[in-house]
Design a protein around this ligand. Sequence first.
Ligand code: GLA
Length: 386
Amino acid sequence: MLERLRDDFKKVFEVECTTNYFSPGRVNLIGEHTDYNGGMVFPCAITYGTYAVVRKREDRIVRLYSNNFQNIGIVEVSLDALVFDKKDDWANYAKGVMYFLQEEGYNLTGFDILLEGNIPNGAGLSSSASLEVLIGTICKEECNLSIDMVEIVKISQKAENKFIGVNCGIMDQFIIGMGKKNHAIALNTATLEYVYAPVQLDDASIVIMNTNKQRGLADSKYNERRGECEEALAILQKHKDIQTLCDLSVKEFEEISHYIKNEVILKRAKHAISENERVKEAITALENNDITTFGKLMNASHISLRDDYEVTGKELDTLVSSAWKQDGVIGARMTGAGFGGCAIALVKNDKIEEFKTNVSKEYTEVIGYAPDFYIASIGDGARKVC
Ligand code: GLA
Protein backbone atom coordinates (compact mmCIF):
# COMPACT_ATOMS: atom_id res chain seq x y z
CA MET A 1 0.00 0.00 0.00
CA LEU A 2 2.62 2.53 1.09
CA GLU A 3 4.81 1.78 -1.89
CA ARG A 4 1.94 2.51 -4.24
CA LEU A 5 1.19 5.72 -2.35
CA ARG A 6 4.82 6.82 -2.69
CA ASP A 7 4.53 6.38 -6.47
CA ASP A 8 1.24 8.28 -6.50
CA PHE A 9 2.85 11.08 -4.51
CA LYS A 10 5.56 11.46 -7.11
CA LYS A 11 2.98 11.59 -9.90
CA VAL A 12 0.80 14.13 -8.12
CA PHE A 13 3.45 16.45 -6.64
CA GLU A 14 6.44 15.69 -8.92
CA VAL A 15 8.81 15.23 -5.96
CA GLU A 16 9.63 12.28 -3.69
CA CYS A 17 7.91 11.93 -0.33
CA THR A 18 10.01 11.39 2.77
CA THR A 19 7.80 9.99 5.54
CA ASN A 20 4.81 7.67 6.00
CA TYR A 21 1.97 7.68 8.51
CA PHE A 22 -1.04 5.61 9.50
CA SER A 23 -4.09 6.53 11.55
CA PRO A 24 -6.76 3.93 12.40
CA GLY A 25 -10.55 3.93 12.37
CA ARG A 26 -12.45 2.69 15.40
CA VAL A 27 -15.33 0.61 16.63
CA ASN A 28 -16.97 1.27 19.95
CA LEU A 29 -17.69 -1.98 21.79
CA ILE A 30 -20.19 -0.31 24.13
CA GLY A 31 -20.96 3.17 25.55
CA GLU A 32 -22.77 5.10 22.84
CA HIS A 33 -23.73 8.77 23.14
CA THR A 34 -22.24 8.88 26.62
CA ASP A 35 -19.07 10.79 25.72
CA TYR A 36 -20.71 14.22 25.72
CA ASN A 37 -22.60 13.32 28.89
CA GLY A 38 -19.54 12.72 31.05
CA GLY A 39 -19.90 8.94 30.84
CA MET A 40 -17.72 5.93 30.11
CA VAL A 41 -16.93 4.59 26.64
CA PHE A 42 -15.19 1.38 25.60
CA PRO A 43 -13.83 1.68 22.05
CA CYS A 44 -10.92 0.07 20.22
CA ALA A 45 -8.84 1.16 17.23
CA ILE A 46 -9.02 -1.10 14.17
CA THR A 47 -6.45 -1.98 11.54
CA TYR A 48 -8.50 -0.25 8.83
CA GLY A 49 -7.58 3.42 8.61
CA THR A 50 -5.95 6.25 6.70
CA TYR A 51 -2.44 6.11 5.22
CA ALA A 52 -0.43 9.20 4.36
CA VAL A 53 2.86 9.94 2.62
CA VAL A 54 4.39 13.34 3.26
CA ARG A 55 7.14 15.73 2.32
CA LYS A 56 7.97 18.76 4.41
CA ARG A 57 8.21 22.14 2.67
CA GLU A 58 10.23 25.19 3.54
CA ASP A 59 7.38 27.66 2.99
CA ARG A 60 3.92 28.07 4.57
CA ILE A 61 1.98 26.24 1.87
CA VAL A 62 0.16 22.96 2.50
CA ARG A 63 -0.89 20.86 -0.47
CA LEU A 64 -3.37 18.08 0.23
CA TYR A 65 -4.45 15.26 -2.07
CA SER A 66 -6.66 12.26 -1.34
CA ASN A 67 -6.86 9.19 -3.54
CA ASN A 68 -10.38 8.73 -2.17
CA PHE A 69 -11.51 12.11 -3.56
CA GLN A 70 -9.56 12.40 -6.78
CA ASN A 71 -12.27 14.58 -8.30
CA ILE A 72 -11.39 17.30 -5.77
CA GLY A 73 -7.77 17.32 -6.90
CA ILE A 74 -4.98 19.08 -5.00
CA VAL A 75 -6.23 21.44 -2.31
CA GLU A 76 -3.60 24.13 -1.76
CA VAL A 77 -3.82 26.32 1.32
CA SER A 78 -1.62 28.81 3.11
CA LEU A 79 -1.05 28.30 6.83
CA ASP A 80 -1.83 32.01 7.16
CA ALA A 81 -5.31 31.73 5.65
CA LEU A 82 -7.00 28.61 6.98
CA VAL A 83 -10.75 29.02 6.59
CA PHE A 84 -13.59 26.57 6.05
CA ASP A 85 -14.46 26.31 2.37
CA LYS A 86 -17.23 23.94 1.31
CA LYS A 87 -15.61 23.17 -2.01
CA ASP A 88 -12.51 21.78 -0.26
CA ASP A 89 -14.70 19.05 1.22
CA TRP A 90 -12.56 16.48 3.13
CA ALA A 91 -9.59 18.87 3.31
CA ASN A 92 -11.51 21.08 5.75
CA TYR A 93 -10.87 18.51 8.51
CA ALA A 94 -7.15 18.87 7.89
CA LYS A 95 -7.35 22.65 7.77
CA GLY A 96 -9.27 22.71 11.05
CA VAL A 97 -6.57 20.78 12.90
CA MET A 98 -3.80 23.02 11.54
CA TYR A 99 -5.85 26.10 12.38
CA PHE A 100 -6.29 25.12 16.04
CA LEU A 101 -2.69 23.91 16.42
CA GLN A 102 -1.57 27.37 15.38
CA GLU A 103 -4.15 29.04 17.60
CA GLU A 104 -2.64 27.12 20.53
CA GLY A 105 0.75 28.60 19.64
CA TYR A 106 2.38 25.70 17.78
CA ASN A 107 4.61 26.80 14.88
CA LEU A 108 3.87 24.97 11.66
CA THR A 109 5.69 24.86 8.37
CA GLY A 110 4.15 23.66 5.12
CA PHE A 111 4.07 20.16 3.68
CA ASP A 112 2.70 18.14 0.77
CA ILE A 113 0.58 15.17 1.73
CA LEU A 114 -1.11 12.38 -0.18
CA LEU A 115 -3.65 10.22 1.62
CA GLU A 116 -5.65 7.11 1.08
CA GLY A 117 -8.09 5.52 3.49
CA ASN A 118 -9.59 2.05 3.53
CA ILE A 119 -12.27 2.89 6.08
CA PRO A 120 -15.54 3.28 4.19
CA ASN A 121 -16.45 7.00 4.32
CA GLY A 122 -19.56 7.89 6.25
CA ALA A 123 -19.87 4.37 7.64
CA GLY A 124 -19.56 5.49 11.25
CA LEU A 125 -16.07 4.04 11.71
CA SER A 126 -14.63 7.53 12.21
CA SER A 127 -12.95 8.28 8.92
CA SER A 128 -13.05 11.98 9.84
CA ALA A 129 -11.45 11.59 13.29
CA SER A 130 -8.88 9.28 11.70
CA LEU A 131 -7.96 12.09 9.31
CA GLU A 132 -7.87 14.75 12.03
CA VAL A 133 -5.55 12.81 14.34
CA LEU A 134 -3.42 11.83 11.34
CA ILE A 135 -2.90 15.50 10.47
CA GLY A 136 -2.10 16.32 14.10
CA THR A 137 0.48 13.51 14.16
CA ILE A 138 2.03 14.65 10.88
CA CYS A 139 2.31 18.24 12.15
CA LYS A 140 3.94 17.02 15.37
CA GLU A 141 6.55 14.91 13.56
CA GLU A 142 7.27 17.12 10.56
CA CYS A 143 7.38 20.38 12.52
CA ASN A 144 9.02 18.94 15.66
CA LEU A 145 6.23 20.09 17.94
CA SER A 146 6.50 19.32 21.59
CA ILE A 147 2.93 18.14 21.98
CA ASP A 148 1.60 14.90 23.44
CA MET A 149 -1.07 12.71 21.91
CA VAL A 150 -3.82 13.71 24.32
CA GLU A 151 -3.31 17.34 23.27
CA ILE A 152 -3.51 16.33 19.59
CA VAL A 153 -6.71 14.47 20.44
CA LYS A 154 -8.25 17.55 22.08
CA ILE A 155 -7.26 19.81 19.19
CA SER A 156 -8.72 17.33 16.70
CA GLN A 157 -12.01 17.32 18.57
CA LYS A 158 -11.99 21.12 18.63
CA ALA A 159 -11.48 21.16 14.85
CA GLU A 160 -14.51 18.93 14.39
CA ASN A 161 -16.63 21.01 16.81
CA LYS A 162 -15.63 24.51 15.78
CA PHE A 163 -14.29 24.26 12.21
CA ILE A 164 -16.64 21.60 10.83
CA GLY A 165 -19.57 22.31 13.17
CA VAL A 166 -20.24 18.78 14.43
CA ASN A 167 -20.54 18.84 18.19
CA CYS A 168 -18.95 15.41 18.74
CA GLY A 169 -17.56 14.15 22.04
CA ILE A 170 -13.97 13.06 22.52
CA MET A 171 -14.28 9.29 22.09
CA ASP A 172 -13.30 8.93 18.44
CA GLN A 173 -10.26 11.17 18.47
CA PHE A 174 -9.11 9.68 21.78
CA ILE A 175 -9.18 6.05 20.70
CA ILE A 176 -7.65 6.88 17.33
CA GLY A 177 -4.75 8.67 19.01
CA MET A 178 -4.32 6.39 22.00
CA GLY A 179 -5.42 2.96 20.70
CA LYS A 180 -3.34 -0.13 21.46
CA LYS A 181 -3.14 -3.46 19.65
CA ASN A 182 -5.52 -6.10 21.06
CA HIS A 183 -6.84 -3.68 23.69
CA ALA A 184 -9.92 -1.54 24.15
CA ILE A 185 -9.77 1.64 26.21
CA ALA A 186 -12.07 2.14 29.18
CA LEU A 187 -12.25 5.93 29.06
CA ASN A 188 -13.95 8.19 31.54
CA THR A 189 -14.91 11.11 29.33
CA ALA A 190 -15.47 13.46 32.28
CA THR A 191 -11.88 13.18 33.56
CA LEU A 192 -10.07 11.60 30.57
CA GLU A 193 -8.75 8.91 32.93
CA TYR A 194 -8.33 5.70 30.98
CA VAL A 195 -7.31 2.08 31.35
CA TYR A 196 -6.25 -0.35 28.61
CA ALA A 197 -8.31 -3.54 28.73
CA PRO A 198 -7.13 -6.64 26.87
CA VAL A 199 -9.76 -7.95 24.47
CA GLN A 200 -9.38 -11.71 24.27
CA LEU A 201 -12.30 -13.25 22.52
CA ASP A 202 -10.67 -16.71 22.15
CA ASP A 203 -12.80 -18.44 19.56
CA ALA A 204 -14.84 -15.39 18.48
CA SER A 205 -14.28 -12.27 16.35
CA ILE A 206 -15.69 -8.78 16.02
CA VAL A 207 -17.62 -8.66 12.77
CA ILE A 208 -18.39 -5.18 11.45
CA MET A 209 -21.63 -4.97 9.48
CA ASN A 210 -22.04 -1.95 7.21
CA THR A 211 -25.63 -0.91 6.41
CA ASN A 212 -24.32 0.92 3.34
CA LYS A 213 -26.95 3.56 4.03
CA GLN A 214 -25.96 7.07 3.05
CA ARG A 215 -26.03 9.15 6.22
CA GLY A 216 -27.77 12.28 4.97
CA LEU A 217 -28.82 14.27 8.01
CA ALA A 218 -26.67 12.50 10.55
CA ASP A 219 -24.71 15.56 11.67
CA SER A 220 -27.73 17.72 12.39
CA LYS A 221 -29.54 14.88 14.16
CA TYR A 222 -26.41 14.26 16.24
CA ASN A 223 -26.34 17.89 17.33
CA GLU A 224 -30.06 17.68 18.09
CA ARG A 225 -29.52 14.71 20.46
CA ARG A 226 -26.76 16.58 22.18
CA GLY A 227 -29.07 19.54 22.67
CA GLU A 228 -31.75 17.28 24.15
CA CYS A 229 -29.27 15.92 26.69
CA GLU A 230 -28.27 19.47 27.63
CA GLU A 231 -31.94 20.28 28.18
CA ALA A 232 -32.35 17.26 30.47
CA LEU A 233 -29.21 18.21 32.40
CA ALA A 234 -30.41 21.80 32.94
CA ILE A 235 -33.68 20.54 34.45
CA LEU A 236 -32.01 17.98 36.72
CA GLN A 237 -29.37 20.44 37.90
CA LYS A 238 -32.13 22.47 39.55
CA HIS A 239 -32.71 19.52 41.86
CA LYS A 240 -29.33 17.87 42.22
CA ASP A 241 -25.74 19.08 42.27
CA ILE A 242 -24.41 17.39 39.12
CA GLN A 243 -22.05 18.44 36.33
CA THR A 244 -23.12 15.88 33.72
CA LEU A 245 -25.99 13.42 33.20
CA CYS A 246 -23.67 10.48 33.84
CA ASP A 247 -22.90 11.77 37.34
CA LEU A 248 -26.20 10.06 38.17
CA SER A 249 -26.64 6.34 38.73
CA VAL A 250 -29.80 4.80 37.29
CA LYS A 251 -31.24 4.71 40.81
CA GLU A 252 -30.52 8.39 41.50
CA PHE A 253 -31.99 9.29 38.12
CA GLU A 254 -35.20 7.42 38.87
CA GLU A 255 -35.65 9.48 42.03
CA ILE A 256 -35.62 12.79 40.17
CA SER A 257 -36.63 11.88 36.62
CA HIS A 258 -40.24 13.03 37.25
CA TYR A 259 -38.99 16.64 37.02
CA ILE A 260 -38.52 16.08 33.28
CA LYS A 261 -42.01 16.50 31.85
CA ASN A 262 -41.16 16.12 28.17
CA GLU A 263 -41.21 12.44 27.31
CA VAL A 264 -38.60 12.68 24.55
CA ILE A 265 -36.10 14.50 26.76
CA LEU A 266 -36.75 11.96 29.50
CA LYS A 267 -35.95 9.04 27.18
CA ARG A 268 -32.71 10.67 26.00
CA ALA A 269 -31.47 11.11 29.57
CA LYS A 270 -32.53 7.58 30.48
CA HIS A 271 -30.45 6.18 27.64
CA ALA A 272 -27.30 8.10 28.54
CA ILE A 273 -27.46 7.17 32.22
CA SER A 274 -28.37 3.51 31.72
CA GLU A 275 -25.76 3.13 28.98
CA ASN A 276 -23.08 4.44 31.31
CA GLU A 277 -23.94 1.71 33.81
CA ARG A 278 -23.90 -0.91 31.06
CA VAL A 279 -20.39 0.13 30.07
CA LYS A 280 -19.13 -0.32 33.62
CA GLU A 281 -20.78 -3.75 33.84
CA ALA A 282 -19.38 -4.72 30.45
CA ILE A 283 -15.83 -3.77 31.46
CA THR A 284 -16.14 -5.93 34.55
CA ALA A 285 -17.60 -8.80 32.51
CA LEU A 286 -14.67 -8.69 30.11
CA GLU A 287 -12.20 -8.59 32.99
CA ASN A 288 -13.85 -11.75 34.32
CA ASN A 289 -13.76 -13.37 30.89
CA ASP A 290 -17.55 -13.47 30.95
CA ILE A 291 -18.20 -12.90 27.26
CA THR A 292 -21.80 -14.06 27.54
CA THR A 293 -22.69 -11.19 29.88
CA PHE A 294 -20.71 -8.81 27.69
CA GLY A 295 -22.81 -9.88 24.70
CA LYS A 296 -26.08 -9.42 26.59
CA LEU A 297 -25.05 -5.89 27.56
CA MET A 298 -24.29 -5.15 23.90
CA ASN A 299 -27.80 -6.27 22.99
CA ALA A 300 -29.33 -4.13 25.76
CA SER A 301 -27.30 -1.17 24.52
CA HIS A 302 -28.79 -1.52 21.05
CA ILE A 303 -32.32 -1.72 22.43
CA SER A 304 -31.79 1.46 24.44
CA LEU A 305 -30.35 3.25 21.39
CA ARG A 306 -33.33 2.05 19.36
CA ASP A 307 -36.16 2.79 21.80
CA ASP A 308 -34.91 5.61 24.04
CA TYR A 309 -32.25 7.41 22.03
CA GLU A 310 -33.89 6.69 18.65
CA VAL A 311 -30.74 6.75 16.55
CA THR A 312 -30.87 3.30 14.94
CA GLY A 313 -33.37 3.35 12.06
CA LYS A 314 -34.63 0.52 9.93
CA GLU A 315 -31.29 -0.47 8.40
CA LEU A 316 -29.35 -0.86 11.66
CA ASP A 317 -32.32 -2.54 13.36
CA THR A 318 -32.69 -5.03 10.54
CA LEU A 319 -28.99 -5.90 10.62
CA VAL A 320 -28.83 -6.25 14.38
CA SER A 321 -32.08 -8.19 14.84
CA SER A 322 -31.01 -10.55 12.08
CA ALA A 323 -27.61 -10.96 13.79
CA TRP A 324 -29.31 -11.80 17.11
CA LYS A 325 -31.05 -14.77 15.48
CA GLN A 326 -27.91 -16.42 14.12
CA ASP A 327 -26.05 -19.36 15.64
CA GLY A 328 -22.77 -18.45 17.28
CA VAL A 329 -23.66 -14.80 17.97
CA ILE A 330 -22.68 -13.62 21.45
CA GLY A 331 -24.02 -10.09 21.07
CA ALA A 332 -24.69 -7.38 18.49
CA ARG A 333 -25.32 -3.65 18.47
CA MET A 334 -24.97 -0.53 16.37
CA THR A 335 -21.65 1.29 16.82
CA GLY A 336 -20.85 5.01 16.51
CA ALA A 337 -23.36 7.79 16.10
CA GLY A 338 -26.08 5.72 14.41
CA PHE A 339 -28.55 6.93 11.74
CA GLY A 340 -27.06 4.34 9.38
CA GLY A 341 -23.39 3.46 9.44
CA CYS A 342 -22.21 0.23 11.03
CA ALA A 343 -23.15 -2.35 13.63
CA ILE A 344 -20.87 -4.92 15.24
CA ALA A 345 -21.45 -8.51 16.27
CA LEU A 346 -19.34 -10.88 18.34
CA VAL A 347 -19.48 -14.11 16.41
CA LYS A 348 -17.90 -17.53 17.02
CA ASN A 349 -15.24 -18.04 14.36
CA ASP A 350 -16.64 -21.29 13.00
CA LYS A 351 -20.02 -19.63 12.40
CA ILE A 352 -18.87 -16.45 10.64
CA GLU A 353 -19.44 -17.61 7.04
CA GLU A 354 -22.94 -18.87 7.78
CA PHE A 355 -23.61 -15.66 9.75
CA LYS A 356 -22.64 -13.45 6.81
CA THR A 357 -24.74 -15.42 4.34
CA ASN A 358 -27.86 -15.41 6.49
CA VAL A 359 -27.68 -11.78 7.63
CA SER A 360 -26.90 -10.59 4.12
CA LYS A 361 -29.89 -12.49 2.71
CA GLU A 362 -32.36 -11.16 5.25
CA TYR A 363 -31.04 -7.58 5.09
CA THR A 364 -31.14 -7.52 1.29
CA GLU A 365 -34.70 -8.85 1.26
CA VAL A 366 -35.94 -6.20 3.69
CA ILE A 367 -33.82 -3.19 2.68
CA GLY A 368 -33.31 -3.77 -1.04
CA TYR A 369 -29.51 -3.67 -1.16
CA ALA A 370 -26.72 -5.70 0.44
CA PRO A 371 -24.69 -4.96 3.58
CA ASP A 372 -20.89 -5.37 3.74
CA PHE A 373 -18.94 -7.28 6.36
CA TYR A 374 -15.39 -6.78 7.65
CA ILE A 375 -13.55 -8.64 10.37
CA ALA A 376 -12.05 -6.14 12.81
CA SER A 377 -8.56 -6.64 14.15
CA ILE A 378 -7.72 -4.34 17.03
CA GLY A 379 -4.67 -2.23 16.17
CA ASP A 380 -2.50 0.63 17.45
CA GLY A 381 -3.25 4.35 17.38
CA ALA A 382 -2.02 7.01 14.92
CA ARG A 383 1.72 6.98 14.26
CA LYS A 384 4.65 7.48 11.91
CA VAL A 385 5.46 4.21 10.12
CA CYS A 386 8.48 2.92 8.23
C1 GLA B 1 -19.84 9.87 17.08
C2 GLA B 1 -19.12 10.97 17.84
C3 GLA B 1 -18.61 10.47 19.19
C4 GLA B 1 -19.71 9.78 19.97
C5 GLA B 1 -20.46 8.76 19.10
C6 GLA B 1 -21.67 8.20 19.79
O1 GLA B 1 -18.97 8.86 16.72
O2 GLA B 1 -18.03 11.46 17.09
O3 GLA B 1 -18.06 11.54 19.92
O4 GLA B 1 -20.59 10.71 20.53
O5 GLA B 1 -20.89 9.34 17.88
O6 GLA B 1 -21.31 7.45 20.89
